[in-house]
Design a protein around this ligand. Sequence first.
Ligand code: BJW
Length: 245
Amino acid sequence: MIERLARFLEDAEHAIVFTGAGVSAESGIPTFRGRGGLWERFDPQKLATPEGFWEDPMEVWSWYKLRMELIARARPNPAHVVIARLQERGLVKTIITQNIDGLHQRAGARDVVELHGNIWRVRCTGPGCRHRETLAEPPEEIPPRCPACGSLLRPDVVWFGEPLPFREWSRAVEEAERADLVLVVGTSGVVMPAGMIPYIVKRNGGVLVEINVEETGYTQMADLHIRGKAGEVLAQLGGLLGIYP
Ligand code: BJW
């Protein structure tokens, strides 16, 4: 299976990678759904919607602060490293992620398309205030306030019911339209519209390869489904291609 994946990648002219929370699971960052997932313990309506934020900004910020602390301590795992090296080698053109943890970039990936934002970026909620900044560490005081106008800052991530950032979404669709292969790693694919990306590639006749510890809505239409942990499977691929360790 790993050899088939290597051949698919070598034959492709424009391969893209589409990732979700499962790619960071081996870095110690919990996924959202399934056993041990964040939504088992936390309520997405309260923590990942604009309504939840306005009802209790302190609660939402406590959750994001905790996650920032976890992400700051986490290290990219072999999946992030091999994906970055596939890009460096030209075997993968673009990495599109739903993750907000920045681990692809920390592993060396360039020009990553972040569909759901980034946990280290914050933006002002004040009317007319366009203040944005990138934090180097979790905010000491929560909820943090805008240095320009004093309104509440919010994490620059995409919550349920909010549109995806226009530029990133357009770029992801453009890349998917061009792609002749999509490597889908560690996503349940249930969140829309991000989850459409693999379908666009497949609809245009491209190859779909999935790496996941379980079956998903993509599995039936996948040309190759590799059941396993992203870090382990991609480390093997990297070994075969001579790019890892
Ligand atoms: C491993 C592994 C290992 C584990 N190795 N694998 C169409 C139909 C139905 C609903 C909708 C629809 N269109 C829109 C909606 C509503 C909604 C939605 O999709 N809801 C569904 C859940 C039902 N979508 C939205 O609201 C979106 N906005 C929108 O549509 O706006 C429209 C609009 C237009 C114009 C104006 C206004 C509005 C926004 C969605 C935002 C999602 N946000 C979150 C939180 C981000 C911030 C944060 O992190 O705090 O994004 S929710 C969460 O889910 C997060 C993720 O990016 C996203 C996807 O999850 P992901 O990555 O797939 O993780 P899991 O946990 O689901 O799966 C992990 C997988 O890994 C599993 O398969 C495991 O098996 C696997 N795995 N370990 C390999 N080691």
